[in-house]
Design a protein around this ligand. Structure first.
Ligand code: AMP
Length: 280
């Protein structure tokens, strides 16, 4: 696997290889890689001649400085995992490569995606996500961009950002990889202590409970029950919501036809976990 630390070197390499007509798949990450990340890489490897992964812990998307300071960094292990996956290229920039002197952050008009769910609880987060992905895309210029459904709202935000910027890049949303007990794989899971790790599974259980019990009509009592289940297991809940799977607008009354997704964010001890499950 070739590792690039400088944007200019990567741009030059890709220009030469893209000129050969090789299809390029791109998997942006913040490192601390797990099997979920590698499934994105594997999807890209199947569909493209060249796959590039990036590892960059983007400071502009952390609304909480403590979360940034505690973000796990396991770069040697990450490189080993990527080598083993067959990934051909790794972009490992430092912040000056992504935000060089004179970089002007633009504002992305994300509409209601900016103010609901993660947007509400992490102000500025999605502007930061758009900034870094926009910059990475301008450097990598892939044919296909691979994103995980685990970050459902992020998938929608990036789709909107591509429309806003007019970038002609295909999006591929990859299913969430889970631990055998159902917990969604996440870089943050390593920060769960033993007992928190055991009860962390409740977030998936409550989402599955919503899937089983959802029926047309007022959804508020169902959501309140799921919040209660999590609270009973010691979670501090940011939200449990049911929304349109297409627009992500919150659904209060279900007509029985609209495709729905249930999404949750809650603290399990000091670790904030998010997850989602499509309901219909
Ligand atoms: P992150 O490093 O957390 O920013 O994640 C990088 C990419 O991997 C994002 O597109 C995530 O949605 C995706 N991802 C994270 N966790 C999982 C998972 N458990 N299954 C599939 N994709 C994931």
């Amino acid at each position: 696997m070739r590792i690039f630390r400088k944007s200019a070197d990567l741009v030059e390499f890709l220009r030469a290889n893209h000129a050969n007509g090789l299809r390029l798949g791109f998997v942006p990450t913040m490192g601390a890689l797990h099997t979920g990340h590698i499934s994105l890489v594997s999807n890209s490897m199947e569909q493209n001649e060249l796959t590039i992964c990036s590892i960059f812990v983007n400071p502009t998307q952390f609304n909480n400085p403590e979360d940034l300071a505690k973000y796990p960094v396991t770069i040697e292990k990450d490189i080993d995992m990527l080598e083993a996956s067959g990934c051909q290229l790794l972009f490992l920039p430092d912040p000056s490569q992504i935000y060089p002197a004179g970089y002007q952050a633009r504002h992305y008009d994300l509409g209601n995606l900016e103010t609901i769910l993660e947007g509400k609880y992490r102000p500025g987060h999605f502007q930061g996500v758009c900034q870094v992905v926009d910059r990475l895309l301008s450097i990598v210029n892939p044919d296909i961009l691979y994103l995980g459904r685990k970050d459902y709202q992020q998938c929608m935000v990036i789709a909107r950002m591509l429309t806003l910027t007019g970038r002609n890049i295909t999006l591929d949303f990859v299913e969430t990889m889970r631990e055998p007990d159902g917990l969604a794989m996440s870089s943050r899971n390593v920060r769960l202590n033993e007992s928190d790790r055991v009860r962390a599974i409740q977030i998936y259980r409550s989402l599955q409970w919503l899937k089983k019990n959802v029926k047309p009509g007022n959804l508020s009592p169902l959501k309140a029950e799921a919040v209660q289940q999590l609270t009973d297991h010691g979670f501090e809940v940011d939200y449990v919501e049911i929304a349109s799977a297409e627009s992500l607008s919150i659904t209060e009354n279900w007509d029985g036809r609209e495709s729905l997704v249930a999404l949750a964010a809650a603290f399990c001890g000091p670790v904030r976990l998010i997850d989602n499950v499509t309901l219909s």
